[in-house]
Design a protein around this ligand. Structure first.
Ligand SMILES: NC(=O)c1ccc[n+]([C@@H]2O[C@H](COP(=O)([O-])OP(=O)(O)OC[C@H]3O[C@@H](n4cnc5c(N)ncnc54)[C@H](OP(=O)(O)O)[C@@H]3O)[C@@H](O)[C@H]2O)c1
Length: 273
């Protein structure tokens, strides 16, 4: 017997058409018997606050937020979880006491869960992160909490500097500077640049070994430019971000329904589509 939820859920972003989140939440809904409705809504860039306020006036209990609105969702929230407060970035909203909006960030726990599933992470790893956008803000705290040393390489150095200023009190985090960096093999390279960013070299080859793991936060049924590059340089351990997407959705589902859905078969189903 399915439990019929009377509340609606949504994902807000711009653009939104590539999103697999409605499909994932549909899997969770069928699996758990919690029949919530979940749709992707594209919002004009200057209308986040007004559209989401109107949405929450209706029969709504929660929402996800994706690029470029995670910072706005942080300011929109009346209360924040500790991890969202530290990240200053929100991807999950939940109505509490029928009036207040709680902001959470499940990107970090989502990425970490997938890295653990893949056996791509250990305590004290040395990690190179490519990019310094909203997604990186969400994932730094759990990686730093594992004692990892994190180096940020970003097109706009100022944005990497700002991230280091925001997070240095939580662990070992540095701006990656090729000229001054001593030769060291990274254990893990994470790509967090925008989906279709093409580059000849994503990272200096001198910093990579045959044991390095490569993770692309982006996901697509076809190879992303980063995954193509990893294959070209002969990397053995490569993954795209579909697992992170499923896990961050599962943690949002847990926030809304107090139920953690089964994730592995959803990852498998999305990986072969
Ligand atoms: N799998 C998942 O669950 C998951 C979760 C979150 C995000 N993501 C994916 O992760 C990616 C990043 O998301 P985000 O929210 O952090 O986006 P964002 O805030 O827009 O940040 C984009 C990042 O990409 C860099 N960039 C953009 N175009 C570039 C170019 N041509 N050359 C070099 N660098 C470039 C930006 O550098 P500047 O600072 O120089 O602008 C910035 O660091 C997105 O594609 C998103 O779909 C996946």
């Amino acid at each position: 017997m399915c439990k019929l939820e009377k509340f609606n859920y949504a994902l807000f972003g711009n653009p939104i058409d590539h999103s697999e989140s409605p499909k994932i939440h549909n899997f969770f809904s069928v699996q758990t018997g919690i029949l919530h409705t979940y749709k992707a809504i594209n919002i004009p860039l200057d209308q986040f606050s007004s559209v989401v306020s109107d949405f929450f006036k209706k029969n709504v209990k929660g929402a996800n937020v994706t690029a470029p609105f995670k910072k706005e969702a942080y300011f929109f929230s009346n209360k924040l979880t500790e991890r969202a407060k530290i990240a200053q970035s929100v991807n999950t909203l939940k109505k509490i006491n029928n009036k207040c909006i709680l902001g959470d960030n499940t990107d970090g726990v989502g990425l970490l869960s997938d890295l653990v599933r893949l056996k791509f992470i250990k305590k004290n790893f040395s990690i190179l992160i490519l990019g310094a956008g909203g997604a990186v803000k969400g994932v730094l705290l759990p990686l730093l909490s594992l004692g990892c040393s994190i180096y940020i390489l970003n097109r706009t150095v100022l944005n990497a500097n700002n991230l280091v200023k925001q997070f240095y009190k939580y662990g070992k985090i540095y701006v990656f500077e090729e000229k001054v960096f001593k030769k060291q093999n990274f254990d893990l390279v994470i790509n967090a640049m925008s989906r279709n960013t093409k580059k000849k070299n994503f990272a200096p080859l001198s910093l990579i070994s045959s044991k390095t793991f490569f993770y692309d936060m982006n996901y697509s049924t076809e190879n992303t430019p980063f995954i193509d590059w990893c294959s070209k340089i002969g990397a053995d351990s490569i993954s795209n971000g579909i697992g992170m997407l499923v896990f961050q959705a599962a943690y949002s589902f847990l926030e809304w329904h107090d139920v953690f859905p089964e994730t592995n078969y959803v990852i498998d189903a999305l990986s072969i589509n």
